[in-house]
Design a protein around this ligand. Sequence first.
Ligand code: N7H
Length: 486
Amino acid sequence: MKLTLLSSIILLPFTLALAKGGNSKLLINPPAQPSLPSISEAESAANAVGLNLTNIQGDILIGMKKKKELFFFFGIVDALAFKSNLKAHILPLVTPIPPLLPGGTSPTTALNIAFSQNGFDALNITDNLGDAPFANGQFVGASGLGDPGTVNWIPPFTGNKIHGVILLASDTIDNINNTLIDLKSGLGQSITEIYSLQGAARPPPEEGHEHFGFLDGISNPAVQGFRDPSPGQAVVSPGEILVEDSSRPPWAQDGSFLVFRQLEQLVPEFNKFLADNPIRAPALTTQQGSDLLGARMVGRWKSGAPTFLSPLVDDPVLGNDTSRNNDFTYAAPGQNQSDPTDQSHTPFSAHIRKTRPRADLGLPEKPKHHIVRGGIPYGPEQSEDEIRSNTTKTERGLAFVCYQSSIAAGFQFLQQTWANNVNFSKTDTGFDPIIGANRGAPRVVNGLDPTLPSRRFTIMTDFIVSRGGEYFFSPSLSALATTFSA
Ligand code: N7H
């Protein structure tokens, strides 16, 4: 009797937590991020459009919600042995979407796998996926993305060594390491380990925030057949994210292109820039002026509240309210709703306005050029020494991951045609001050100071440094069982 009482006291907080968030234990659920649909909601949405969620690798639609995630990059040494090991040892562990949803049978460690073009070549899979950036690999396209060549790239990403990546997600690194041991023994000599990057959600109270301090993973598109949109969320057809068109090989259906970028963030240097350049307004302290500059560079405050709805100071209640924190178009009442010309609340150059211009390209919003972001921070918190010296001494950043059905129309377009384009979406807006890249040269950014719209900022430091990456294809479970298996 005593034991029953005791166990119900212990279990109660757990039950309440499940009732509130209901997420798999592998995932975080900060209030500012829209919750995932329940398994039954997702299944009925999928049935309505004929999407087979159990055939799709789970990470593709889950978003920036993993607690811990390891990226294990490998080369294939023996293609035949790899194909048979894949079938016997990896495929049974590959996690599709439903187990990760509230109400799903969450595994201890979730596993996904994806292959580069070099991996396709190693496996002698010759079908053309019809995606030029994928076929060429990221190393070849580095300068086109605005990287200063590959001088800052870590050696594993240079050349054509990486054939595939295995993504392992769990609530503890021990679980991940245990799965990795099993995995390596299953794959034996058929692969060679090239590189691993361990990511982790930042510790509370920063859980869900990227290293500059901003809540991330708020705005991902609602994919029809997976979820209903929350207010302001872009709605896209499954074919924007998943390969669905008949010009691609039939086995590629239900797969998606995975872009991986190891993006180092120079956090002390970023903070120094904000401290040195506060926006001066009579109503603001110097600190508030620096915070405002940072918020306008992103388009959101650290809490996630959009500057469009809270233009002068952060509003954490708004930030945490998923019914309001994404519900805006950049068109203020009284303005031309399909061509807003005003940047008093959010600069045209702000990171989220460059990468999703909403009404700037006319309403209703175009269903093109959307990606599902699924990355995770890596590296430690800043040390006292780094804060004091305004200098990064240990690498930290974002293990950037995004999914799309075309890299040219997704990641590559957002980076090259919007973020790096000083004339997007209006003439002379300058670079996206967060991810805009000018091959290492200074970046001019306009519109950041609402008190002086003509003030031009010339940013001498890249606060985000590309350490390289690769383009992958994340096949469906049925393709893994056939095309990729022997
Ligand atoms: Fe970005 N950041 O801290 O400033 N991003 N991003 N991103 N990003 C977003 O709205 C960040 C990167 C997009 O729908 C937020 O969910 C950092 C790349 C898109 O309104 C924050 C890095 C690309 C959106 C950051 C980085 C994008 C978005 C606000 C690298 C594509 C949604 C949270 C270290 C090429 C826009 C949110 C929308 C949002 C940051 C990379 C794209 C805080 C630090 C490489 C599409």
